[in-house]
Design a protein around this ligand. Structure first.
Ligand code: FFO
Ligand code: GTP
Length: 451
């Protein structure tokens, strides 16, 4: 995955635009530049130039910038061509570059390959590289700010600080291991336990921040489930603020999942309205219901919706059986506007709403944020991924174990040191140290083309 050839890609989004950028990165782009423009370009300056095809016809008048290694995004030489932003035009520019760069081995870049090179050339670490992709994919203003903060290195810095503290602790422990007679009072004298407690506290606060960061990045898969006709589609429309799903009085109207992404206080919510769950002989409806169950199995949060007329008949238990581990279920009773008309009482602990007139919907939104553990917009928030959370959790497990060995006293010092070492390794994987190559490939292949 670490090829040396120069690479080229269109860096801007596909489609029509004012300006479109073609980017080339490689060890030495002087030759290609000269072939394209018949001259060398002074570094980091905007040059208005004409690109011509083989028979001398103008392809485009464009602005070119040459970055000399290592002072560039990738750490290699970079040539940027800022062209007029037409998809066909950009393809022509690419084609011409590939023709003239053939001798230098110019090839089309893989997704994420520019950023991979920036990472391999130590311009950025892995968490920062991921932050670039997250910045591009950010779905809310808060996510943009969090990704930008991670890109500037805020997340990496706190990880590195923690690794440094663990290193200091390991140096202490390991130096003691060489002098067994001194082990006796080691844990007390070196305040190892106090320092370990400080490491643990820091790690826990990083985990809280990263959990929030994952919510900011990925949002919440919120599934609306329940019997037919309880008002799931109406609730989706109410939350989305527009008519995205069809609402009728006919039970079984929703045949397939309807998805809509909204944000509640900056948190992206991917709401999935499912086909009402019931026994049915209708083949199409049955397929829809199977998909409802699929959605439930992938949910972060399920809203189990009922109405004053619906009979429960074990549906909730059935949902509870299918849920992914740790996925909460929020019971919500809809059609509160009907309740005052009749004697039907709603369960006391459930949330009452009316999708029809909007009553209780704001309170429901707050409850949703509370249940998913959203602490509100935080100063210094970062974005984080499942991968980061997993690494932090592993590290935390090893710290907890090291604590147990520390509590056992000196006989376990070696094990204590080993657990610290393992915790450190997992933290290091967040910024890319000691990460297996196949995982690295997987991370960068998820980038968009040209990044
Ligand atoms: N035209 C253009 N705009 C862009 C990018 C780009 O690659 N090209 N970026 C791509 O994502 C982002 C900016 N990121 C960049 C990061 C580093 C360097 C760079 O030249 N770094 C050198 C010099 C540092 C300096 O002068 O202070 C270095 O790190 O040594 C350039 C862009 C967003 N805007
Ligand atoms: N009075 C009252 N009626 C509602 C309310 N919410 C939905 N309804 C009505 O209930 C009926 C069913 O609503 P839908 O939103 O289609 O219900 P659903 O659960 O999506 O139904 P399926 O697609 O069959 O699963 C419609 O006639 C809605 O107008 C509410 O809050 N109050």
């Amino acid at each position: 995955m670490t090829r040396k050839l120069p690479i080229i890609a269109i860096a801007t989004a596909p489609g029509r635009a004012g300006v479109g950028v073609v980017r080339i990165s490689g060890h030495n782009l002087k030759g290609i530049t000269k072939a394209l423009f018949q001259k060398e370009l002074s570094p980091r300056q905007a040059n208005l130039l004409t690109l011509r095809d083989a028979d001398g016809q103008t392809i485009d008048q464009l602005v070119a910038i040459y970055f000399v290694a290592p002072a560039s995004f990738t750490g290699e030489d970079v040539l940027e061509l800022q062209c007029h932003g037409g998809p066909q035009l950009l393809e022509l520019v690419m084609k011409r570059c590939l023709e003239l760069g053939k001798n230098d081995g110019l090839v089309i870049a893989e997704p994420g390959e520019f950023t991979l090179r920036a990472y391999l050339n130590n311009k950025i670490d892995l968490a920062q590289a991921e932050a670039i992709a997250d910045l591009i994919d950010a779905q809310s203003e808060a996510a943009v700010r969090g990704a930008a903060r991670s890109l500037r290195g805020a997340f990496s810095e706190s990880i590195n600080d923690l690794i440094e503290e663990i290193t200091q602790l390991r140096i202490l422990v390991e130096s003691t291991l060489d002098f067994p007679e001194e082990e006796i009072e080691f844990l007390e004298n070196a305040q190892a336990r106090t320092r370990l407690a400080a490491v643990k506290e820091k790690l826990e606060s990083l985990r809280v921040g990263a959990r929030q960061g994952k919510i900011l990045r990925d949002g919440i898969q919120l599934v609306l489930a329940g019997a037919p006709n309880v008002g799931k589609s109406s609730l989706l429309n109410r939350l989305a603020g527009e008519e995205v799903a069809i609402v009728t009085a006919i039970a079984g109207t929703t045949r397939d999942r309807v998805k809509e992404s909204i944000t509640i206080e900056g948190v992206p919510m991917h709401i999935i309205d499912t086909a009402g769950l019931r026994e049915t002989d209708d083949l199409v409806e049955a397929k829809g219901i199977e998909r409802s169950w699929d959605a439930i199995r992938l949910a972060d949060l399920v809203i189990f919706l009922t109405d004053p007329n619906s009979t429960e008949d074990g549906l909730k238990e059935q949902i509870l059986r299918e849920l992914p581990p740790k996925c909460p279920v929020l019971e919500v009773v809809n059609k509160s506007d009907l309740i005052s008309l009749g004697p039907t009482a709603a369960p006391k602990q459930a949330i009452l709403i009316s999708a029809k007139n909007g009553d209780g919907v704001d309170a429901l939104k707050q409850k949703i944020l509370e249940i998913v553990g959203w602490n509100g917009p935080q100063e210094g928030a970062i974005v984080a991924r499942r991968r980061h959370l997993d690494c932090l959790e592993r590290a935390s497990e090893h710290i907890t174990r090291s604590e147990q060995f520390a509590a056992n006293g000196n006989n376990s010092l070696e094990l204590f040191a080993e657990e610290l070492f393992l915790a450190q390794n997992h933290l290091g994987q967040i910024t890319g140290k000691l990460l297996p190559d196949d995982l690295l490939g997987k991370i960068f292949s998820q980038f968009c083309i040209g990044k």
